[in-house]
Design a protein around this ligand. Structure first.
Ligand code: HMG
Length: 398
């Protein structure tokens, strides 16, 4: 029996935008510095470059940049909820969403908060946003997945680090992708990747985490197929959480079952290749990785059209996974940026030495709890100072 919830309203992603940090590290350079065969990164992980963020760029500035790239002034007056999903937040109490609300100038009668479950957080935020719009159809919810992934110098996860933020406006009658109300989630209480409060980098059981990602994928997918009448033939593409694209490729192979024609398999593979393009140049952005894959697919695929269904696999260590799907709506191309690949090429490349300095630099506060920052001319938003332990952000005038 098809258990899809009947909702008399179409709700989904109205617009989707993205921002990454200003620096890039070429993995060819990292491989040379670490004495590793560059093929391990480019073929073994399917990664070529990773985005690097200086101290003045954090989850708040990236979230504000991603959001500002898609929102009109009118939408800022209409948004009544701002959710930031992150696992690299900048305060244990005050939500990044509150800073972002202020920086964007969103109307005051809005609810703003942060949500967390490793890389899964933004999927939970989307679901909450959908329920909110169901209850209050005129509402517009800004969901932002924002993270800076730091594993540490010479850690096995080092070539998979990254920085970026995906902003999604969730509304009734969306102009990009409508949700299909078919979410199936799974929770497992495991320790595959975690970051205690006293540590700036995560603890990782690398191989175990990859096994859990793939096992959660097959078991949640089986449950999803059981509860709904979907088969892989119903979908034009699948987007995966992308800790590094090679793991997702393994997931894709598991989902290509015998019922698929060779033509269908080729088309799914072609769309998969488009969905990993941005991730290959940016690295893991934790909560945003799945949606960066969706954006990469939408902006680069040549065989997608309105009415096509896309299924998404979300995975956050700890672990929570979820399958859900959406349908592209007429005119979905209108709000995309087809020039993004060339913009990504404009990031400033760092030497390995400079990357180690920039990425792992820590704030040095004076005795009053203050610090001043400089050199943020190339950012849209910046952390400009910390004054008496208060982070001060600003839009950078160009
Ligand atoms: P590792 O030990 O450095 O690498 O760690 P490896 O030895 O397993 O090699 C990786 C691949 O490169 C292998 O391919 C090698 O064969 C290949 P595979 O067997 O997997 O197909 N390889 C080569 N290929 C070509 N030429 C060569 C060569 N050498 C090797 N010369 C590991 C890899 C993923 C464990 C590490 O990067 C890591 O710890 N990463 C962080 C954890 C992670 O990303 N886990 C993924 C699942 S958990 C998740 O998705 C959640 C997460 O996003 C966090 C969150 O939820 O918040 C991480």
């Amino acid at each position: 029996m098809n258990e899809k919830t009947e909702v008399n309203m179409t709700i989904g992603i109205d617009k989707i935008g993205f921002a990454t940090s200003q620096y890039v590290l070429k993995l060819q350079d990292l491989a040379e510095a670490r004495g590793v065969d560059p093929d391990k990164y480019s073929k073994g992980l399917l990664l070529n470059e990773i985005s690097i963020a200086p101290l003045t760029e954090d989850v708040v500035t990236l979230a504000a940049s991603a959001s500002n790239s898609i929102l009109t002034d009118k939408e800022k007056e209409e948004i009544d909820m701002v959710i930031v999903a992150t696992e690299s937040g900048i305060d244990q109490s005050k939500a990044a969403a509150v800073f972002v609300h202020g920086l964007l100038g969103i109307q005051p009668f809005a609810r703003s908060f942060e949500i967390k479950e490793a890389c899964y957080g933004a999927t939970a935020a989307l679901h909450y946003a959908k329920l909110h719009v169901e209850n209050s159809p005129k509402s517009k919810v800004l969901v932002i997945a924002s993270d800076i992934a730091k594993y540490g110098v010479t850690a096995p996860g080092e070539p998979t680090q990254g920085a970026g933020s995906v902003a999604m406006l969730i509304t009734q009658n969306p102009r990009t992708m409508a949700f299909n109300n078919d979410n199936v989630a799974q929770t497992r209480d495991i320790m595959d990747f975690w970051r205690p409060n006293y540590s700036t980098t995560p603890y990782v059981n690398g191989l175990y985490s990859t096994q859990q990602y793939l096992d959660s994928l097959t078991t949640t997918w089986d449950e999803y197929k059981k509860r709904f009448d979907w088969t892989m033939n119903d979908f034009a593409a699948i987007c995966f959480h992308l800790p590094y694209p090679k793991l997702a490729l393994k997931g894709l192979r598991k989902m290509m079952d015998k019922t698929l024609s060779q033509e269908k398999k080729d088309s799914l593979q072609e769309n998969f290749d488009k969905s990993i393009l941005y991730s290959q140049m940016i690295g893991n952005i934790y909560t945003g990785s799945l949606f960066l894959g969706l954006l990469s697919l939408l902006e680069n695929a040549e065989n997608l059209k309105a009415g096509d269904k896309i299924v998404l696999y979300s995975y956050g260590s700890g672990a929570v996974s979820e399958f859900f799907s959406g349908e592209l709506v007429e005119g979905y191309e209108t709000y995309l940026d087809k020039d993004r690949l060339s913009k990504l090429k404009q990031r400033t490349a760092l030497s390995v030495e400079d990357y180690e300095k920039v990425f792992f630099e820590e704030v040095e506060l004076d005795e009053s709890g203050s610090a001043q920052f400089a050199g943020f001319e190339n950012q849209d938003y910046a952390l400009v100072e910390i004054l008496d332990h208060q982070r001060r952000y600003s839009k950078v005038e160009k």
